[in-house]
Structures are given as structure tokens and as C-alpha cells.
Design a protein. Sequence first.
Length: 635
Amino acid sequence: MKTNRLFSGVGLIVVAGIVLVSTVVFDRLFTNARIDLTENNLYTLSDGSRNVVAGLERPVDLFFFFSKTATKDALAWRNYAKQVRELLEEFELASEGNVRLHVIDPEPFSEEEDQAAEYGLEAVNLAAGADPVYFGMAVISGDGDAQSKEVVPFFQPDRQELLEYDIARMMYQASRVKKPKVGLISNLEINGGFDMMRRAPKEPWFVMKQLGQLFDISELRDDVQEIDADIDLLVVVHPKDLPLTTLFAIDQFVLRGGRLLVFVDPFSERDPMGAQQPGANVSSTLPKLFDAWGVVFDTTHFIGDYQLALQVSSGQGQAPFKHLAILQLTDANHGEKDITTGQLESLNFSSSGYLSPAEGATTTFKPLLLSSKYAMPLNVEKIATGKDPKDLAKGFDPTDEQYVLAARISGTVKSAFPGGVPIDEGDDRDDAENDATSENTKNKEYLTESTNDIQVMIVADSDLLTDRLWVRVQAYFGQSIAQPFADNGSFFVNSVDALSGSSDLISIRSRGRFIRPFTVVQEMRHQAETAFREKEEQLQQQLVAAEQKLVALQNQRDDSGNMLTLSPEQEAELIKFQDQKLAIRKQLREVQHQLNQDIDNLDIWLKVINIALVPALLTLFAIGIAMYRRRARSA
């Protein structure tokens, strides 16, 4: 008996030793081995990220600061920091020496805390009276004047889905020797101009002020015949009647791998011709290029949307109304997941057109922003100067179809100009000059198809970039203070940021969420809100019908009557309308109450299952095993 006990004890020690030695050996032999069993591969880098870190122009240092000591009671933050650190370790491992990670715990009054403050990180108090917490990162590349730095002041949980992209982008930008260069072609004074009446310069639109802080902007003429190879991204805003030679230059730029961001418009509110000549054509498009890229854009129609229409006021003392041409898009109107729209809450569009893939197109058409199903195309004549926007609701009949307001185009394409450099019709040059141009065309080399997949993003509205749709700019002690009320500026900067990076950076997928949403409750809430919205729309329609009936009755009155006295028919109609209004509002309250009641019932059942039922089942299971063992011993 003693020998068995001794042997049992020695055996346990031997087994423990074998486990320890094998763990050390396997850890040494398989240091780089990884198995990611999470549903969305949260800890696995995409191929785009691996290509980015492997191809950095120069090595980068990642200084990851996290106050581990100060967050000993903040478990959620510690878990999030652990996930960020493990992702950074994956980047370091995949970089083959291009990335060096430094993990730092900046304790209070330490040199590490001074270093964090020097890099521009923010110290946040997670609880009253507690030590400030650092949770950020600085990406450093180069030395001296050539040093480049990108900083995350504090990692925000709402950026979890874009964490991989954010880190890869920072490393990519920090490793670059110079700022990305953005070329701009526009028929609008988006980058400022000169006011002849006031004899003073015009301020650039605020989106351009934002862009100038991050990129090197080169403004190009709208008759440019060649786009320099050092331009990383070409932004074209409201390309109205561009010469064929300019279209050819854009065509060749895209074919050789240049990225393009285009804002076209069926009705540009800032087109100078619209103010000078009412009724003039204020639309813009790139027809020959769109045909080559497999994109259809109709310049004669804009999208009206009853569900997304903003409430506007037509004047003092008048009731606000839904302007069907001014739309507010939310995250429910996002198409496929994309880094340009991932974190945007609201976008304001005005008289936006719509895009669609051409039949038989060989390119990939990826919708980014969509209308609701309560939308339909309206003729631009309905919104021309002098027209009453209230009339847009007359005859409005939604098609139950969602229309694409912004899309990304990719794939291999052929040139829109297979014959080479075109000669614009109506060119005022003489025949000798045209003959010389034709001769040069024959000798000039040009591409007939794309060298790789093109990267083009098209937005069917240029007005969204105007200040009035997304930001209030006020002068304060000589400085312009911006107060955004929509995310139009962020959408523009995100788009430029994504397209000006490498193709690998563009391809990086959004990360899955680390926190699982309660999808059942979300679906219940969505269904109830849908029913609530339908009831609300019915109320609005009945309000309009009742008001029209009252107006009709008023017009039928005897002119000799007292205008302040209601006729019996009007009184009956008014009482009927008020009763309907109260009844429908009661139904709205019942729908909302039912929503809350269903969610509360589900919450109660979940508590019962987790607190009572599961422990009870485990207890019964344990009792059953004990009874089975006792009977087995008895037998």
C-alpha cells in the first residue's frame, strides 16, 4: 500500500515534469505557430496587413502605452488592451523586422509617463479619484527632421472593427518619406477663389481645409492633358463638360494604377452657371469613362426619399415639411462594409443622383451608400430654380427599391479611348495644328487596358461637400471654429485616406467585434420600430388628407360668412380628425409599450434560465451521477 502511494506520488511528479519540459520545448520549436479559433478570425492578420508591413519604406517603432497597474480593477479595459497588444504582436511577427514593438506601463511621475505625454497621448480618469490611465500608441519612423509620427491618443472601443486598418494605416503613413499627394480637378471653387464683387479671396470649403492638414494638395486645371505620376490620388469634383483630352488623361491615370475619387451630380447647387442663368445645365458626369468602367449614371434624375427626407422650414411662421431632395443617411443606409463608412453616423445629401452597374460589366460594383426603399427618381426640372420644394411630394410614389448613392469600382478595364489621344470637336486650332496633333498621337505611347485592378470611388452628389450640409464655421478671435452636425467631412477624408494608401491597405477588412451584440433584442427592437414608423407615416398621410379637406371646405364657404366661424361641416370634420389623431397616437404608444414589454419578458426568462434553471439541471445531473456510482458500488 505504501509502495503504491509512493509510486503514485513519484508518478505525479514525473508527469508534471514531462508536461513542463514538453511545454518549454514546444514553445521554443513553434514560437511562430498560431491557431485562431474565433468566428471572425479576430487574431489573424489579413493578407493586406501582411503585405503592408512587409513592404514598409522604412522600419517603424510601435510604442504601446497602457497603465496596467492603474487598471487593476477595470477588467474590461485590461481585456481590450490585451487584444490590442496581441494584435500588435502579430504585426511585429509578420513584419520580418520592419516593425519593433515596445510595451510600456507609464506609472505616475515616471519617465515613461513623461514620454507618453511628449508623444501626445491622453491621460483619462476612468473613475473619480483614481490615477489617470494611458491607453494609446505612437508610431515613430525615421530620425531628426525626417522623422514621421502617427499617434492614437487613446484607443476607443467603438473603433474595434477598424482596429487592424487603423494600425496598418498608421504604420504605412509613418514609414512614408513624404505626405501623399492628392491632385484636384473641379469646376467648383472648392479650394477657394476670388470674389470679383468684393475684390477679396474666397475661403476654401472646410473639407479642403481638413484635407490640407493631412495631404499635399495639387490643384490641376480642368483642361490638363497629362497627370503626373507622383500623384497618389486624383479627386474630381463636379466634372462638367471636361475636354476629351482631360478625360483621356484621367483614363490613362487610372489604367496605370492611379486611384480616383469622383463626385458627380445631376443638379449642383454651387454650379456658378445656375446662379447666372436660371435653367442652365448644372449636371456633371464622366460618360465615356463610366461606359468603360461599367457604370451607369443618369444626369436627368435625382433621388427623392420620403423616409430619409429632412424636415426643413420654408419661412417664419410656416410649418416645417419634409424636403424629399435633402436626405439624411444613417448607418442603416450603408451598403457593404467599408472603411470609408464604417464609423459614420449621419450623412447629408442634397439632390443626389444614383449609380448602377452596366449590363454585362466586367468590373466589380460595390455599393457603399444606399437610399431607403421609400425612394424614387425625380426629374431635375422639379428642383430647378424657383420651384417650390413642397411640390416634390405631389405624385410621389416610392418604387420599393434602394438606389446606390456611392459605390466603389474595381477590376480590369479597357481604355475608353482605344484610338489614343482624342482631338476635341470644335477645337479652334487650324488644320495644320490638328494634323500635327494627330501625328504626335500616333507616336505617343498609351495604355489600352489597365495594368492591374482599377480603384475608383464614385459619389453621385457634390453638394454633400458644401459647408451648409454638415458644418457650422464661426470666427472666434481670428480663428475659424468648426462645429460639425453631420459626418460629411469625415466621409470625404476617410475616402481620400483609404484610396491614397496602398492597394493592400484598401483591401484590409474590418475586424469583427470583440463584444457580441444581443441580436435577438436588436431584431425585436427593429421590428417594433418598423411598425412604429409605419404607423407614424400613416398619421402624417392622414394629417395631410385632413388639412386638404379643411382647405377644400373653407373654399366652398359663402364669402358673406364670417371667416372666423367654422361651418357645421368643418366642425364635424375637425372633430373627426381630432378623434383619428388621438386614436392613432394611442396605437403608437401601444406599439412602443409592446416593444418594451417583449424585451422585459425576454430579460426575465433569461434570468430564470441562467440563475435557476441551469444550476438546477447541473445539480440534478450531479445527483444522478452520484446515485449511479453508489448503485454500481453496491452491485
